[in-house]
Design a protein around this ligand. Sequence first.
Ligand SMILES: CC1=C(CCC(=O)O)c2cc3nc(cc4[nH]c(cc5[nH]c(cc1n2)c(C)c5CCC(=O)O)c(CCC(=O)O)c4C)C(CCC(=O)O)=C3C
Ligand SMILES: [Fe+2]
Length: 395
Amino acid sequence: MTDADSSTPVAHASPASATGEPYATAPQEYDGILLAGFGGPEGQDDVIPFLRNVTRGRGIPDERLEEVAHHYRHFGGISPINAQNRELKRAIEAELAARGIDLPVYWGNRNWAPYLSEAVQQAADAGDTLLLAFATSAYSSFSSCRQYREDFARVLDETGLDGTVSIDKIRQFFDHPAFIDSFVPSIAHALGRFLDEGVGPGATRVLFATHSIPTEDARRSGPRDRDFGSGGAYAAQHLAVAAAIMEKVGSFDPRLADIAWELVYQSRSGPPSQPWLEPDICDRIEQLPAEHVSAIAISPIGFVSDHMEVMWDLDTEAIEAADAAGIRAVRTDTPGADPVFVAGIVDLIEERIAAVTPSERPAGTALGPWFDVCRPGCCENVRAGFKPVAAGVAP
Ligand SMILES: CC1=C(CCC(=O)O)c2cc3nc(cc4[nH]c(cc5[nH]c(cc1n2)c(C)c5CCC(=O)O)c(CCC(=O)O)c4C)C(CCC(=O)O)=C3C
Ligand SMILES: [Fe+2]
């Protein structure tokens, strides 16, 4: 899909919507989709080089990296994340084909092979120069939005393709109904089983888990001129998604309408002196017996697939914490390649190609639909400030 209009790299949006947020205002003839993943190691020898990539530019010594490496070492040095993104790519391709949309999908990662630079080079070699990126990260924050945009800018620079290839990015999709819906059935089943087994509704709780981030990154997440409270857009989006999921869980099974839930954080890193979002999931689990909670469903709403942060921090550490506290715990599903989620991704692609107006876009919470193009100052990194970005307005 190449035409004369799409050959010049331009900013494909203007701040002209009802909410003042920048939405795409003209339909675009994209040449291809760029599936942008985090990346993960696929063998013991990959682990330290992968961790060096993740922490690039921060001079963290290998001894410190080896401490994080043991999560990966425990599973043979293999994160399932790349296999999951291969599957997601195939599923997106199949859904595009089923809808008669003729767009190639290029897949590249921020931190491990296949790298974003390879994907972008592959696209350029095929003459596909106007790309629409889908990053496997639903919420607003430096780590989950802006860092992907910085990496796009970095690889365009490194490959010398800046000015030849341009990359737009699909809006943060935390509150897309397809994303929300994909969490619902397994939570409802887990809670329903607890009740069937005689656990009282008051002794049952849902812990919605997401990646902790530095509180300063959280405060700076999302656009600067809107106040989302102390956790910034990041925490506000997660709270809104959790509430929307619980609404649907209650419709799925009316017995579950009043089950209590809370948002907890996992996978904290960084020095103890730096505050990160709390409470930590394992700390909360320890406190729950005193609150007469005996069964929990843990729903990883911060992640789109069952990668290492889910396998280690939830399936290993949080489940152990629950065992130690005498609490029955079930970790519920991530979207993965669930057909509902995949259809939602292709809806987002179609929405952007057609420049659907915001009022006609699906939104599962009052915070959405999120906007297409980040404004200046969105999601600043507390540690590094602003670097060049693609898919938006600099800085
Ligand atoms: C918000 C967020 C998401 C969700 C959004 C998204 O999905 O993008 C996410 C995902 C992931 N984080 C992952 C892995 C890691 N994250 C790290 C470090 C960090 N994450 C952070 C935040 C996030 N991270 C932050 C603020 C840091 C510290 C500073 C830094 O280093 O930027 C480190 C370094 C070691 C350490 O410090 O623990 C590792 C190894 C993997 C891959 C898992 C696998 O391999 O299967 C995935 C999907
Ligand atoms: Fe992370």
